[in-house]
Design a binder for this molecule. Structure first.
Ligand code: SAH
Length: 217
């Protein structure tokens, strides 16, 4: 793991952020957070030179870190404010988790793969991010109630437990579908399904959200 943040990294990161802005990301808090968090810290050092390209990269356990443009889009749609309780499903590399921390959120994050859970928990701690990390099945969510919920794997349906754990007035951002997903922002205006406002924000390709906890690496 390469933990040195050189001028070269900083320059590439600034270029990444400039491109995100040019491509329509307008939330300055999100852009600032993405300029502050070194994405290469969340990748194997062999991938260092590609860390600031707009691409998904392998993070082990057959999983990938999301494209920077996807992280930016999901973070913008989530429209968080400092102090909000945010539940993330699919910790993966921890990069999106770190962005949410930078945005001032209290982050609860669930990962089903033990290998990733162990490595990422250690990394986030070493980097000084204070996160509540859990090994488990994100379909079940986490007891409690949350201002925001972000799902970073492709969900075949809207998980009911997550909608229950979302506060009234809260927002969930979730890529929905098999194979390819449509990015949804669900605003929960009330407990009944007909009080959920669903907006669509284009097509994405995520690794699938799988049922159950995976204990092996
Ligand atoms: N935000 C992460 C995305 C990683 S890919 C990043 O940018 O690095 C999605 C992650 O979701 C994978 O690590 C995968 O193991 C995890 N995942 C898939 N199904 C899950 C489930 N049911 N519960 C929790 N995590 C899940």
């Amino acid at each position: 793991m390469n933990r040195v943040d050189t001028y070269k990294h900083k320059g590439l990161r600034q270029q990444m952020v400039d491109k995100l802005r040019a491509n329509g990301i307008s939330d300055e808090a999100v852009l600032h957070a993405m300029n502050e968090v070194p994405r290469h810290f969340f990748l194997d050092s062999a991938l260092d030179s590609m860390a600031y390209e707009d691409r998904a990269l392998k993070i082990g356990c057959e999983q990938t870190i999301s494209h920077p443009s996807t992280v930016a889009m999901q973070s913008q749609l989530l429209s968080v404010k400092p102090g909000m309780k945010v539940l993330e499903i699919g910790t993966g590399s921890g990069y999106q988790t770190a962005i949410l921390c930078r945005l001032g959120c209290k982050v609860f994050t669930i990962e089903r793969q033990k290998g990733l859970f162990d490595n990422t928990s250690k990394l986030l701690k070493e980097l000084g991010y204070r996160v509540q990390g859990f090994l488990g099945d994100g379909y079940q969510g986490l007891s409690g109630s949350y201002d925001r919920i972000i799902v970073t794997c492709g969900a075949p349906e809207i998980p009911e437990a997550l909608m229950r754990q979302l506060k009234v007035g809260g927002i969930m951002v979730i890529p929905l579908g098999d194979g390819e997903q449509e990015m949804l922002r669900i605003t929960k205006n009330g407990d009944d399904r007909d009080q959920w406002q669903i907006e669509k924000f284009g097509t994405y390709s995520f690794v699938p959200m799988l049922n159950g906890k995976q204990m092996r690496n």
